[in-house]
Design a protein around this ligand. Structure first.
Ligand SMILES: NC(=O)c1ccc[n+]([C@@H]2O[C@H](COP(=O)([O-])OP(=O)(O)OC[C@H]3O[C@@H](n4cnc5c(N)ncnc54)[C@H](OP(=O)(O)O)[C@@H]3O)[C@@H](O)[C@H]2O)c1
Length: 256
């Protein structure tokens, strides 16, 4: 790697925390950050669930891999797990953990609505505050939120998910406005349709799968690696003047 590429895109000397890094997009982001030279802190509901990502990183990185264990739908678990996060000196926080509940609005149970809002939105505020305070004190940091095309569109039978992801876009801009001048850039990636457990039900439905594919100009589902490389870019020095951006990575879906 040339010095120019390393200084603009490399992440040596950076510590990156990725929430929901057990599988899917979060696992791919954690591994890509390690590939770019960062020390990675994983986050998940159990050490067992993080084992595969941890071994994949240990195979490519000499840095230790640490873990923060909590269920991000629980405010009290987040408070306890992130109580001394400032001691870890996180440079880059990726708020990726997220969940979906599929049911028409009229049939959605309030507890399902609440769990999705807690998991996808409230956790991002709480974890960004915990990591962000230390970043503000140091005068540098990056926060990357994983939004969605449903940060812009209404979606079908996913009212809580859509509401949470619209709010993630708003929170990204609110934090970017407050923290940009203090050295902390806050951006989001809005992935298109990516083949993970989150979208397994859509791919299993032949009609839905065909209609989704027909609308994606690139003509294929995205892979977690389509998102992870963009996360590395947003974490890098090259993205230093990007702030408050919701970057769609969707094979062209939103341009259609
Ligand atoms: N796939 C897509 O097409 C797509 C599109 C737009 C946005 N996104 C967003 O991308 C992010 C990652 O989704 P994915 O597609 O990679 O889905 P995934 O394969 O289902 O992974 C979701 C991750 O979030 C974690 N998680 C969920 N609920 C949690 C909780 N209460 N506490 C702690 N961790 C929790 C999961 O951990 P466990 O292993 O413990 O379940 C897992 O690591 C989400 O924010 C999702 O909304 C995905």
């Amino acid at each position: 790697m040339s010095n120019w590429v390393e200084s603009h895109f490399g992440l040596s000397g950076k510590k990156v925390l990725v929430t929901g890094s057990s599988k899917g997009i979060g696992a791919a982001i954690a591994i890509a950050m390690a590939e770019a030279g960062a020390e990675v802190v994983l986050q998940g509901r159990s050490s067992q669930s993080l084992a595969a990502t941890k071994s994949a990183i240990e195979a490519i990185s000499a840095h230790p891999v640490s873990e923060v264990i909590c269920d991000v739908s629980s405010a009290s678990e987040i408070t306890a797990a992130f109580a001394d996060i400032s001691t870890l000196a996180i440079d880059v926080l990726v708020n990726n953990a997220g969940s979906i509940s599929r049911a028409p609005a009229a049939d959605t149970l309030y507890e399902d609505w609440s769990r999705i809002i807690d998991t996808n939105l409230n956790s991002i505020f709480q974890i960004s505050q915990a990591c962000g305070r230390a970043m503000l004190e140091r005068g540098s940091g990056r926060i990357i939120n994983i939004a969605s095309l449903l940060s812009f569109q209404g979606g079908i039978n996913v009212p809580a998910y859509t509401a949470s992801k619209h709010a993630v876009a708003g929170l990204t801009k609110a934090l970017a406005n407050e923290w940009g001048a203090r050295g902390v850039n806050v951006n989001a990636i809005a992935p298109g349709y990516i083949a993970t457990d989150n979208t397994a039900a859509l791919r299993a439905d032949q009609d839905r799968n065909a209609s989704i594919l027909a609308r994606i100009p690139i003509g294929r589902w995205g892979a977690p690696e389509d998102i992870s490389a963009v996360a590395v870019f947003l974490a890098s020095a090259a993205a230093g003047y990007i702030n408050g951006e919701i970057l769609t990575v969707d094979g062209g879906w939103m341009g259609r």
